[in-house]
Write a protein that binds this ligand. Sequence first.
Ligand code: BES
Ligand code: MN
Ligand code: ZN
Length: 488
Amino acid sequence: MSSLVPVRFEPFDLDSIAQANGRVVVIIPAEGKMGPAARRANRLTKGAVARMVESDRFSKVKTGDVVSMAWPTGLEAEALDILILPRRPDQDEARKAGAKLAKLAGGKDMLVMAGNQVRSEDLTLGMVLRSYDFDAHKSKDATEPGTVVISHNKPDEVEAAFAPLYAIADGVRMTRDLTNEPANVLTTTEFADRLSEMSALGLEVEVLEEDKLAELGMRTLLSVGQGSVSPSKVVVMQWKGGDADDAPLALVGKGVVFDTGGISLKPAGGMEDMTMDMGGAGVVAGTMRALAKRKAKANVVGLVGLVENMPSGNATRPGDVVKSMKGDTVEIINTDAEGRLVLCDVMWYAQDRFNPVGMIDLATLTGAIIIGLGHQNAGVFSNNDVFCDAFLKAAKAEDEGAWRMPLGQPYDDLLKSRIADMKNVGGRAAGSITAAQFLQRFVKEETPWIHLDIAGVASVSSETSYAPKGATGWGVRALSRFVQDNFE
Ligand code: BES
Ligand code: MN
Ligand code: ZN
């Protein structure tokens, strides 16, 4: 597992500029007005900063740009980074600037001369998020991880403002680690073990094993995992930070630790990407971690269905009919449409047991959502406009792409089966919507519900603002904010 970059907040001290190792950052607004740190750095470098600010090139810099000087004379540091940022940036400007600095640092020590910089906590969050590196399986000598030092006039205030953001960053880190982990390491058992460890944070964690799942009647979930030697499990994580009699918000995650497609086997090319098919469960886990670490004043329950979709002599066949926990029967036309079979039982169980105020499921559910929305937006489906708008607002505030998609009876009609209550696929057209329609059949009328299809955003092949290639942790920030704004 990876660890978060350590962060220290220290009283603003101009003398630290000359001695710092690694990289030193001074902040200058685009107008070029130098503050005390820039002036000290300028004096130490015999006017190099002023020459840069007065150059023609400087008139072209934009907010968020970084101009770097390597091995500056007069400084111990290996680089002096001039970050262009107004004193009062907005949240995204501050976070993105931090992310850019972290990318430059590449894991080295970094001293940020923040002074009286507003939103230094957001700058720091951007640094911490972008400092992530999944090197658990690289055998080259582990380099000493760097430290981020924020030198600020009011270090205690910034540290206090940063504390809940660090909790969220740690949730994002966990989601990314789980999502990046290969399937031979992150088996269903290992996944459940990692979730159980979170009881140390004050979460109540229960692992429901196969015999219990069979007793509960989770036959569609079990039908997905029956071809694998890894046992299927459902993990329930309860965070009780709110009033004892408040019904919880339920988060439900698809945790297919590997999706071969089953007997409806996927083609070989790109199949290795299906290690991320537990991404929904990863987001639920990371969000529960963030809520516990920042001691959210709300009741939230996270449930994940952990299974492996394998072909074998014992695997489900296309054409099999299975009865869900709800009691509806499903004709399994395609064993590769397995996520919905896992979710429908866990969603039913979540409503049955917890009677939640609302339910949000997350799943890397369909390739079709990538065709529709690319890697920029998750697909959002909902039966409740108020609930949905509140989530979209939180996602926007966290700069996490989310776009609402339609639902409706004509789509639901595509799931009709000749021999059972429904089929598990609706055909190629509107594949993400028919998948959502399938799930909606397991949502009680009175439960406000959102389905998030995160197949395009959970893990991406090029870097994003806040993450290197691979798992992004999409959704942890939005969900944490959604809880904060609506339930705390
Ligand atoms: N896990 C996949 C969806 C997926 C595809 C996630 C690409 C991430 C990247 C899901 O289980 C699946 O196989 N869906 C099928 C559904 C089809 C058989 C109706 C798909 O999208 O092709
Ligand atoms: Mn599949
Ligand atoms: Zn899948």
